[in-house]
Design a protein around this ligand. Structure first.
Ligand code: ASP
Length: 331
């Protein structure tokens, strides 16, 4: 799948990688919760996100632009737990988290616990590019958004009836003493994207509403650099799942550390963490992982994970359930 070709830039022969974009729309998908119309809508949104990100890459834009473009589409799509359609916390509010990391420069930006930022990934990017900081939370992050002209919306914008009903069910289950693991996996759903640009640079981004019925102020793995989001010069990862376990394992960084230090393939490293360490510790979920040689893996240990990729031919490839085959995936 990986191709490298050469181009002359300013009179110099430079090596150009074949651009690649890999995305997920969350690992919490369960067949019994889905109608054929839901599946179609999710596939359409995933394909649109892949096309939007790929357009950036073929225009020669950096990996971070592709990641931001793809995640913006997924945040705007109500099917996924990020931006519009995010899950509700215990208080009936949407509290959003996002992060972006640029593998070439090692720079990162993250926001957590925001209620009014239409596209949290754009604010994460602004934190990375326009501030001296890596992470901003809550009211401070929103003040920064306002100062920087990042679009703010009425919190009602994020609300969908489906997510509201999920919270009501979670509250009933909790009152009845049903354990989280016994009531299904639709507590999570996060979106993420990884890109390899024509110059061989990687970037990773993740955006989420977190987990249904989370307590106010709870922050998951998604905006924590190294837990749910990581990119360096040879490996990029975005996670989705029960965030507490991803934080304790520093899961995204752990996958890339295995690639760098143990020379493991991206598929082996990602599987080792997602299908080994996380379930062993009692958690569940999935991740997407992309290496700078163009190999990638999309492992998960749940019934399904919205996922897809797009490469040189510009054709989006998408899948939902574990049984769906996805050409190119080394899962
Ligand atoms: N990992 C996210 C969190 O714990 C949830 C998800 O993946 O949907 O906040």
């Amino acid at each position: 799948m990986f191709e490298r070709h050469y181009a002359v830039r300013d009179g110099v022969l430079v090596s150009m990688a074949s651009p690649l974009l890999v995305i997920h729309g969350g690992a919490g998908v369960e067949r019994k919760e889905m109608t054929p119309a839901d599946e179609d809508a999710a596939r359409t949104a995933l394909a649109a996100a892949l096309r939007a990100g790929h357009a950036q890459l073929v225009a020669g834009k950096p990996a971070a632009d592709a990641v931001t473009a793809a995640i913006t589409v997924l945040e705007d799509a109500p099917q996924f737990n990020a931006g519009r359609g995010a899950v509700f916390n215990h208080d009936g509010r949407n509290e959003l988290d996002a992060a972006l990391m640029d593998g070439a420069s090692g720079k990162a930006g993250a926001v957590a616990g925001v209620h009014r930022v239409k596209n949290p990934i754009l604010l994460a990017r602004t934190v990375m590019e326009k501030s001296r900081h890596v992470m901003m939370v809550g009211a401070g992050a929103e003040a920064f958004a306002k100062e920087q002209g990042v679009t703010l919306v009425d919190p009602k914008y994020f609300r969908t009836d489906k997510r509201w009903q999920q919270l009501q069910k979670a509250l009933r289950d909790e009152a009845a003493g049903v354990a989280l693991l016994d009531v299904g996996r639709n507590y999570f759903g996060t979106v993420g994207a990884l890109a390899l640009d024509v110059q061989g640079r990687l970037a990773a981004g993740t955006s989420t509403g977190g987990m249904t019925n989370k307590r106010y102020g709870r922050i998951g793995d998604s905006p924590i650099i190294g837990a749910g989001t990581w990119a360096d010069d040879r490996c990029a990862v975005s996670g989705t799942g029960w965030g507490e376990f991803y934080i304790r394992d520093a899961a995204a960084h752990e996958i890339c550390a295995r690639v760098r230090l143990s020379g493991e393939s991206i598929a082996r490293a990602a599987r080792g963490v997602i299908n080994g360490d996380i379930p062993k510790a009692g958690g569940d979920g999935g991740a997407i992982a992309l290496a700078s040689d163009g190999s990638f893996a999309l492992p998960f240990n749940t019934e399904g994970m919205y996922r897809g990729w797009i490469g040189a031919d510009g054709e989006p490839h998408v899948a939902i359930y574990a049984q769906d085959t996805l050409r190119g995936d080394q899962h």
